[in-house]
Design a protein around this ligand. Structure first.
Ligand SMILES: NC(=O)C1=CN([C@@H]2O[C@H](COP(=O)(O)OP(=O)(O)OC[C@H]3O[C@@H](n4cnc5c(N)ncnc54)[C@H](OP(=O)(O)O)[C@@H]3O)[C@@H](O)[C@H]2O)C=CC1
Ligand SMILES: CC(C)CCC[C@@H](C)[C@H]1CC=C2C3=C(CC[C@@]21C)[C@@]1(C)CC[C@H](O)C(C)(C)[C@@H]1CC3
Length: 353
């Protein structure tokens, strides 16, 4: 097991202060959003409508349910009938490090261990895809069924939100192997950020649109619904195209699907794609993801800011993530990265950013 950052690497997320603030702010934000989504005015800004007592927050049955859910996912994860894929070679070539006087708050937030495992059970990989993502879809489905109970049938807006997000999660599970090349697996440790992010933040804040629709029904006609479906389809096309292109190229650069693309050689022996999706902007997959995020909020209308929380949060997450990735690529590829930036000047949105 390796530490995600070398001892000399610059601190990210604002260092220990930023990490401490995030660990307080993130759970508070999550609760705030859920409380607001259930309240009449659904006002994103301002104080929460009420504060639930501890008896609402703590229940042994819920804890049991949560551990049963994790246990079920863990049992499925351990099933022997699965494909075994090779991950990225780690920078440290599996040399052990023994950190002395590490920074406890920062390390707790980002995680000291890159790939904590017990035998073949990989905690980070397990949490990244299974309990939270599938939990998100189940929460959405429960909200859809509750709406059907309340109003006779689920609304068109609820169908769209459920369908789009099911497609997103289904896609992640279908392309499970591609998660091995994401920054979370190759760079970030398994600390508060990913544990909380995967297990709580994703299922509870990513399902906010469905929560909102249950408590604030929105009229949606077929023409508008078709436009929203088109936006989601465009986003998905870009997201999937860009991710698959890079994944295929990284696995086998002479694969006929990517062999014709123009590349820049780097001193590491790896190449950077400079045509195809990765020649349009430096993070085409983020662009597609953001377009989909917009399509998930639009069925909720434009009367409230709350359903757009995901779009706002996700934009800032991806802008920050892009900057972190840029630093890592600069360290990895040096001059070749400068050349890539010269040839592909825009980061996420062509001619804008
Ligand atoms: N829904 C959500 O909450 C979130 C979703 N995501 C999604 O996860 C997916 C993965 O994102 P993420 O892990 O951030 O990063 P990417 O999949 O974009 O991977 C970045 C890496 O790709 C490689 N790369 C960059 N440019 C090129 C190029 N031109 N040619 C070839 N390789 C290149 C570099 O690594 P190397 O050269 O070492 O291969 C770089 O470090 C994205 O689709 C993103 O939208 C991300 C965060 C949150
Ligand atoms: C709590 C903090 C504010 C931030 C936590 C960030 C995490 C929630 C996200 C970091 C990267 C993620 C990815 C996905 C889900 C959200 C987190 C964990 C992802 C699994 C979603 C599905 C996609 O298809 C993907 C490409 C597999 C995603 C990988 C990154």
């Amino acid at each position: 097991m390796a530490s995600p950052q070398g001892s000399g690497a610059p601190l990210e997320f604002g260092g220990p202060l930023g990490a401490a603030a995030l660990m307080l702010l993130l759970p508070a934000t999550m609760f705030h959003l859920l409380l607001v989504a259930r309240s009449g005015p659904a006002r994103l800004l301002g104080p929460p409508p009420y504060l639930p007592g501890p008896e609402v927050l703590w229940s042994p049955q819920m804890l049991l349910l949560w551990f049963t859910w994790l246990g079920l996912q863990a049992a499925l994860y351990l099933l022997p009938a699965r494909k075994v894929a090779e991950g990225q070679e780690l920078k440290d070539k599996s040399r052990l490090r023994y950190p002395i006087n590490g920074n406890p708050i920062y390390d707790f937030f980002l995680g000291r261990e890159l790939n904590p495992r017990i035998w073949s059970f990989d905690f980070k990989y397990f949490c990244e895809l299974r309990p939270g993502l599938i939990g998100w879809v189940l929460i959405n489905l429960a909200l859809l069924m509750q709406e059907a109970e309340l109003r006779g049938s689920p609304s068109l807006a609820m169908w769209l939100v459920n369908g789009f997000q099911l497609l997103y999660v289904g896609d992640a599970l279908w392309h499970e192997e591609a998660v091995l090349t994401t920054m979370d697996i190759t760079h970030d440790g398994f600390g508060f950020m990913l544990a909380f992010g995967d297990l709580a933040w994703v299922p509870f804040t990513y399902s906010l649109q469905a929560q909102f629709l249950l408590h604030h029904p929105q009229p949606l006609g077929l023409p508008m619904a078709s436009v929203i479906c088109l936006i989601n389809a465009v986003g998905y096309y870009i997201f999937r195209g860009a991710n698959s292109q890079k994944h295929t190229f990284r696995k086998n650069p002479s694969d006929p699907r990517v062999a014709g693309l123009e590349t820049i050689p780097t001193a590491t022996g790896r190449q950077l794609l400079v045509s195809g999706w990765w020649g349009v902007v430096r993070h085409p997959n983020y662009l597609g993801d953001l377009i989909m995020a917009l399509a998930w909020s639009l069925p909720c209308g434009v009367s409230h800011l709350l359903p757009y929380f995901y779009l706002l949060y996700f934009t800032s997450l991806l802008v920050h993530r892009e900057a972190r990735d840029e630093q890592q690529c600069l360290r990895k590829y040096g001059l070749a990265w400068h050349e890539y930036c010269r040839r592909v000047p825009y980061r996420i949105l062509p001619y804008v950013y």
